[in-house]
Design a binder for this molecule. Structure first.
Ligand code: MN
Ligand code: MN
Length: 316
């Protein structure tokens, strides 16, 4: 059995070669993989700015500094996990339902092969076909969503499918186990006083940024872990969870958010949970700041998620 791991940057320089995630091999050998990095370069679901179609390539490029041993979890990822960069799923720019069908088809094959996808967006609308594909194999899932928006609005411009409505659709389609799902980090202006109530009406738990600041980060992590329990879990990380000072390259930035350090701590706090799929979405490189800080943060969050999959496989 082949075990796929990144090229060794002690042997060849990390700026050389083709820019896959972490310098992983680019192939679709799912039988020999346990996790796969998958790009979903789709941004037709965005309600404001455009440009998340360039998210995957930008995150991959920023990932080349990442090293295989993660000291925060004391794990050498690729000793436990064969990982490929699957490349990108097919999308049809401008056509959301056609893209949904393609994204779902691509990811369904990955789940059926018992491979955990780590999806690089793309705007957040891609979460719906991701969850459709995951639920097809695993049944309804727990969701942990880090985001400054709940994305449970009903429609934009009279249309049901876009990056602001995905989790309402996901509950309606029976893809989630709301009683095990939690949304964390909501803040910023709304259309109506009742907007966030919609999540609770759908059965999801919701903690605003103010709630998190009230109880603190460690207590929030405990709330998340209690909520998810042993359920199969999908983790969705919208980079606007993080303050625009750290993550300006996104579609709908909201000030007053978390630091990139806190984002790492939240994701690391999911250690041991049964993650069957995850994503990092809403990176718009055109709006990024000096040093491509948003892509760098997103690459590091994907790395922490990959680490969690390795920890779970290692049985530690
Ligand atoms: Mn979102
Ligand atoms: Mn958001």
């Amino acid at each position: 059995m082949t075990r796929y791991e990144p090229a060794n940057s002690l042997e060849t320089p990390r700026f050389s070669g083709v820019r896959t995630f972490m310098r992983l091999p680019n192939n679709r050998d799912l039988p020999n993989a346990a996790a796969a990095i998958v790009g979903a370069p789709f941004d037709t679901g965005a309600s404001f700015r455009a440009g998340a179609r360039f998210g995957p390539e930008s995150i991959r490029s920023a990932s080349h500094l990442l090293r295989p041993y993660n000291p925060s979890q004391d794990v050498s990822i690729f000793e436990h996990l064969s990982v490929i960069d699957y490349g990108d799923v097919t999308v049809v720019p401008g056509f959301i339902e056609e893209s949904y069908a393609e994204i779902e088809k691509g990811l369904a094959e990955i789940h059926q092969a018992s491979v955990v996808p780590i999806v690089l967006g793309g705007d957040h609308s891609i979460a719906l076909p991701e969850l459709r594909a995951a639920a097809e194999t695993h049944g309804p899932l727990a969701l942990v969503q880090f985001d400054s928006h709940a994305d449970t609005w009903d429609a934009y411009f009279g249309k049901k499918y876009n990056h602001g409505t995905v989790f309402k659709r996901a509950v309606e389609e029976g893809l989630l186990r709301p009683e095990h799902s939690i949304q964390v980090g909501m803040r910023g202006s709304l259309y109506d006083a009742g907007d966030l109530e919609e999540s609770r009406r759908l059965g999801l738990e919701l903690l605003t940024t103010d709630d998190v600041r009230g109880i603190g980060v460690p207590a929030t992590i405990e709330r998340i872990r209690d909520r998810v329990g042993d359920a199969k879990l999908y983790v969705s990380f919208d980079v606007d969870f993080v303050d625009p000072a750290y993550a300006p390259g996104t579609g709908t930035p909201e000030i007053g958010g978390f630091t990139s350090r806190e984002a790492q701590v939240f994701v690391r706090g999911l250690r041991g949970l049964d993650i069957v799929g995850c994503d990092v979405v809403e990176v718009y490189p055109q709006y990024d700041g000096p040093g491509q800080v948003t892509s760098l943060m997103a690459a590091n969050i994907a790395y922490e998620l990959l680490t969690l999959v390795a920890v779970r496989r290692s049985g530690a």
